[in-house]
Design a protein around this ligand. Structure first.
Ligand SMILES: [Cu+2]
Length: 514
């Protein structure tokens, strides 16, 4: 056969082979981009797991297929559900978690707000080594305080938490006298996920981006879904345990049509119950509200902030069978909470610490973002000192841990990059945190203290009222907060901004209680 004849025979075969190869490549690329793939199990609904004192619980971290707006994505899950299982334990009890990591990358589990043993705190480099893919790690948890807590990774939270690694722990109180009676309880985990215009969720495995503000998700979720629905009866008293697991988004949680009574937050109950129109919940904060709908109908759950309004779920209320319990409208005052807080605030702090917030970026990067900065309005011109939405998406997406550094500066030792404080057990420490308008990018920061509960004693010099113990406080732009912490739990603990992209850019310090 001549060369030309051979080519004539082989050319169609070559074209067919090339087309098949291209199809295979396209299919592989699409499944990677969607992070989907048929081999993954579909995510399961969240379960509630009651754990008794001394019990052991296996916690698998797996990749799962999770559907958002009819599209499948590869998410991460604790025991295959998003959110992970809600763990219910009794105050004072101790359990063991066997963490089996099949995430495909390092992880740890941080029991957020559970202040007991720093070796169980899930902080890599302090509590433990990272749990590598394929490894199992045993972690014992003790629950000294009652309330609403949560667990999440303390490695690459910007990615792995957003992709589904979040869940609650409810610690039942030993003494229920301060807890109003309710008919039912619901857990609402708020979060958001960044899905681009092409329907893709893109994270870089080796580089943390969106460090300027933290990554806002374009899609807001309740319990991992866009169509969360709660069915209630009119007159029924529902307790909602609400947690914000998003990176940077503050939710102004609003329930039109309901009477909403705020009873608790991060680390327990308020001094007094109050009726509220909404609750602001910053990243990692919690709120406990008791809710009544007096008439039947369909109602929206809104994130209704000063800049936008997003429906994040629905409440369908059917005709009630019983009358509204009047006890719901009694506002409880808790002398036990007040006396513990007053005792703490009346003791003179024996250590004073002062922190400022600072951000740095190279000149070239700043010049690069000037245009967007000018068009998004002057810096500091934020509603109530909070960035509710991403005002500079372009600069934010181009920022990373190399071109932005965030710091919590110890004003008494400004040369240290990340402070390492030392206290004695029993010390009463006043930490004053100023969030100045004069930084390069003024914005709010949810500051989380590991290891001890604290009280906000004053805001801009004015004493606070109706307080509760907290583990996180969001400081808006221009505000100065005074926190009082009693150092009860020994060990080495972190203080950091709970916007993961800020923490990873350096916004943290540590302290040791001897
Ligand atoms: Cu921050």
């Amino acid at each position: 056969m001549s060369d030309i004849k051979q080519l004539k025979v082989r050319l169609p075969m070559l074209i067919v082979a090339t087309i098949i190869l291209l199809i295979v490549l396209v299919v592989i690329t699409i499944s990677r981009t969607n992070l989907g793939g048929d081999t993954l199990k579909a995510s399961l609904p969240t379960t509630t797991v009651e754990l008794s004192n001394g019990s052991t619980y296996d916690m698998y971290i797996n990749r799962v297929k999770h559907t958002i707006n009819d599209k499948e994505y590869s998410f991460l899950a604790y025991n295959d559900s998003i959110p992970g299982p809600t763990l219910i334990v009794d105050q004072g009890d101790e359990i063991t978690l066997n963490v089996i990591n099949n995430a495909g990358e390092d992880t740890t589990i941080h029991p957020h707000g559970i202040n007991a043993d720093y070796r169980s705190d899930g902080v890599p480099g302090i509590s433990q080594d990272p749990i590598a893919d394929g490894e199992t790690y045993s972690q014992s948890l003790r629950f000294p305080e009652a309330g609403l807590f949560w667990y999440h990774p303390h490695i690459r939270e910007d990615k792995t938490q957003a992709l589904g690694l979040y869940a609650n722990i409810i610690v039942r109180p030993r003494d229920t006298i301060d807890w109003p009676k309710v008919d039912r309880e619901e857990v609402l985990m708020l979060s958001d996920i960044d899905i681009n215009d092409d329907g893709e969720i893109l994270y870089d495995d080796d580089r943390i981006t969106h460090t300027l503000m933290g990554r806002f998700g374009s899609v807001q979720l309740v319990n991992g879904q866009t169509d969360y629905k709660l069915e209630l009866s009119a007159g029924e008293i529902t307790r909602m345990y609400i947690t914000n697991a998003s990176s940077v988004r503050t939710f102004r949680f609003t329930l039109p049509g309901a009477d909403v009574k705020l009873i608790g937050n991060d680390n327990g109950l308020y001094e007094e119950d109050t009726f509220v129109d909404y609750v602001d919940i910053s990243p990692s904060e919690r709120a406990i509200v008791d809710v009544i709908y007096k008439s039947s109908g369909e109602f929206q759950i809104l994130n209704k902030n000063p800049e936008s309004e997003t429906g994040i779920g629905t409440v369908v209320v059917s005709e009630g069978t019983s009358d509204v319990d009047d006890a719901f409208y009694d506002l409880m005052a808790r002398s036990s909470v007040s006396s513990e807080i007053n005792d703490l605030l009346s003791s003179t702090p024996n250590v004073n610490k002062r922190l400022a917030i600072n951000m740095d970026m190279p000149h070239a990067f700043m010049q690069n973002m000037m245009g967007e900065m000018m068009s998004s309005g002057m810096e500091g011109d934020k509603h109530e000192g909070i960035e509710w939405e991403d005002g500079m998406p372009d600069a934010n997406s181009r920022s990373d841990t190399d071109n932005v550094s965030w710091r919590l500066i110890d004003l008494d030792d400004t040369t240290t990059e990340n402070f390492e404080w030392s206290f004695d057990q029993g010390d009463v420490v006043k930490i004053t945190i100023e969030n100045s308008t004069r930084t390069m990018h003024p914005m709010q920061h949810p500051i989380h203290i590991h290891g001890q509960k604290f009280v906000v004693a004053s805001i801009n010099g004015e004493a606070t009222t109706n307080r509760a113990f907290q583990d996180t406080v969001q400081i808006p732009v221009g505000a100065t907060y005074e926190l009082i912490v009693q150092m009860e739990n020994k060990g080495t603990w972190l203080i950091h901004c709970h916007i993961p992209e800020h923490m990873e850019s350096g916004m943290m310090g540590s302290y040791t209680v001897n």
